[in-house]
Design a protein. Structure first.
Length: 129
């Protein structure tokens, strides 16, 4: 069952928090600071992460389906094996991110939506220029 977590915009969760395997589906985490946090295998489906700071976070194999990631800093993030089906990635910074084996998104989708892909490992395993 989805979590009903709601934080005021700009909330700072504990940097480097261990939220692996957490159920945060439908949570309002917009503008939150989740930098360097472990969110691997977490359920964030339908969550609002708009303008959150997720730089250097571990989102490997997380469920991010239907998530609002608009304007999010995902630089250096591990998204390997994550489910990005239906996620809003417009204006995201994906520089140096690991997107290998992500589900629900293609190289072309990312190139159309992302603000930056410099140095990213793309879903097909290729390196972006």
């Amino acid at each position: 069952m989805p979590c009903s977590v709601s934080l005021p915009p700009g909330s700072r969760l504990n940097a480097e928090a261990d939220l692996s395997e957490a159920d945060l589906g439908e949570a309002d985490l917009s503008e939150s600071d989740l930098s360097e946090s472990d969110l691997s295998e977490a359920d964030l489906s339908e969550a609002d992460l708009g303008e959150a700071d997720l730089s250097e976070a571990d989102l490997g194999e997380a469920d991010l389906s239907g998530v609002n990631l608009s304007g999010v800093d995902l630089s250096g993030v591990d998204l390997s094996g994550a489910n990005l089906s239906g996620a809003n990635l417009s204006g995201t910074n994906l520089s140096d991110a690991n997107l290998q084996d992500t589900l629900g998104v293609t190289n072309e989708d990312l190139e159309k939506q992302a603000l930056s892909l410099e140095g990213a490992i793309m879903p097909d395993g290729s390196a972006h220029d």
